[in-house]
Write a protein that binds this ligand. Structure first.
Ligand code: ATP
Ligand code: MG
Length: 460
């Protein structure tokens, strides 16, 4: 695109001295250290930094043009709001793509499902997909801007922290295929109307889909009543997936968990059946795999190919049920990237199913639960006491105390400790670990339990 075309698409104007015919040949970035030569540097006004200060560095690193909200001594398009302008640019670029757009939302498993779907669809055509969890009003347009005319499938993770977040994203680029995984309790504290509010926010994806006769497909979880209730709200064709046998649903049979915590099953679609063994640790990845399979099935992929691609798919993200086996045969399950009541329960179930000399759970705080926090941490303590654990280490302040207290009150055959932070957890753990021990480390990001993973990985 030329600078002039970018100005037109974003409703901005060229700052003095910018050549209207200057060509942008690469995607956009909001980090001056990661600009693509020939791309756009979007200068954001953050709470701590002002991206405009980094514009010279971005230009020096090869950026062709800056998207800015003030005048600059650099080739730039000046707009009222850079985030909105990035969205407008994404909308413009998407309107020139021939890719099938797939949007994935839900409380848990978006990144995993996106990574699985991207790896399956790559067997059928060129895929451009969200990097990591880049799923908000910035990450979404930045991903769209990475697509090219070669992109056949544009797989977009879509996050919602409130109402009108997904409708905003759908308005920029409307997916043809919309996947709703589940309505859980993530970010519950941000929804005054509780889980109904979360469901309403997620349903904005399916209400935004095109009608069935325009190719719209809503890929829905038949096992989650709040997702199932979205079917009447969409004009798209509903394509269901479920854990339970059903002739018209994509579903799993013969489900088992390997001794190292991976789900194996027979994938059934209305077109056929084929065996799958995932390489991802965690029984909950069965849901994510079924959602990815249903998506691929809805796009016409063959069932055997889908099953093989799922079996070959590798985890792409660190810190999500990532298995680290030390030389001394102590296994760490690094899941310190995030946590909420649903993913904690899923992780404990997986741990219980895995073979180990001793099972140890190091659990930290679940953030963003608002008024639900105390109850949720007590409930977690109770679940931990019921899981087949040998040792529970609760990490943090008052919420850790609630986890430990509830586990003690529930009783069971496990040792229970409460420590303040990752360093103290390391002190109590590192000398006692023995070959065959299995250690789950899980909390919200704010608890920084990744420091414990690093320390335990190093102290082998
Ligand atoms: P975020 O909102 O942070 O982007 P996400 O929806 O992208 O999260 P993932 O990154 O795939 O989700 O997984 C996050 C956490 O949830 C991990 O701890 C993972 O083990 C767990 N998890 C993944 N899928 C499910 C699921 N279907 N049910 C419950 N927990 C899940
Ligand atoms: Mg994510």
């Amino acid at each position: 695109m030329t600078a002039a075309a970018i100005a037109e698409a974003t409703g901005g104007h060229l700052v003095a001295g910018t050549d209207p015919l200057l060509r942008v040949t690469a995607p956009a970035s909001i980090d001056s250290r990661r600009v693509d030569p020939g791309g756009v540097f979007a200068a954001l006004l953050g709470r701590h930094t002002d991206g405009h200060h980094h514009a010279p560095a971005a230009i020096a690193a090869g950026a062709a043009l800056v998207l800015s909200s003030r005048s600059l001594a650099a080739p730039a398009v000046q707009v009222a709001d850079v985030t909105i302008a990035l969205g407008a640019l994404a909308r413009h670029v998407a309107s020139h793509l021939s890719a099938t757009v797939i949007g994935i939302t839900g409380s848990n498993g978006k990144t995993t499902t996106k990574d699985l779907a991207a790896q399956v669809l790559a067997h059928h055509g060129t895929v451009t997909a969200t990097d990591g969890s880049y799923n908000n009003e910035l990450g979404f347009p930045l991903t769209v801007l990475r697509a090219t005319t070669d992109t056949r499938y544009l797989v977009l993770e879509m996050g919602a922290r409130g109402r009108r977040h997904l409708s905003y994203l759908c308005d920029l680029v409307t997916p043809t295929v919309g996947v709703v995984l589940n309505v859980g309790t993530a970010h519950l504290g941000q929804y005054p109307d509780g889980q109904a509010g979360i469901a309403a926010a997620k349903s904005e994806l399916v209400t935004g889909l095109p009608a069935a006769d325009h190719g719209g497909v809503a890929v829905l979880n038949a096992d989650d009543p709040l997702v199932a209730a979205m079917a009447p709200q969409t004009r798209a064709r509903a394509l269901w997936w479920s854990h339970h046998p059903h002739p018209t649903h994509v579903h799993a049979r013969d489900v088992r968990l390997t001794s190292d915590g991976r789900a194996g099953f027979t994938l059934h679609t209305p077109e056929g059946a084929a065996p799958v063994t995932l390489s991802l640790t965690g029984q909950h990845h069965l849901s994510n795999a079924l959602a990815a399979a249903a998506t691929a099935h809805g796009l016409g992929l063959d069932t055997t190919l889908i099953a093989q691609a799922l079996t070959n798919a590798r985890p792409r993200s660190t810190g999500r049920m990532q298995t680290i086996v030390r030389d001394d045969d102590v296994t760490l399950i690094h899941d310190a990237y995030n946590a909420n009541p649903d993913s904690m329960a899923a992780a404990l179930t997986t741990l219980t199913a895995m073979t180990a000399r001793r099972r140890i759970a190091v659990l930290g705080e679940m953030a963003e639960l608002g008024a639900h926090a105390a109850h949720a941490h007590r409930h977690l303590g109770m679940l931990a006491a019921h899981a087949a654990l040998d040792l529970l280490v609760a990490v943090g302040d008052e919420h850790a105390a609630l986890i430990a207290d509830a586990a003690r009150t529930t009783g069971g055959n496990l040792d229970i400790l409460a420590v303040r932070d990752a360093r103290e957890a390391h002190e109590v753990l590192h000398r006692g670990l023995r070959p065959g021990d299995l250690v789950l480390i899980k909390a919200s990001r704010a608890a920084h339990l990744e420091d414990l993973v690093t320390a335990l990985s190093d102290s082998r």
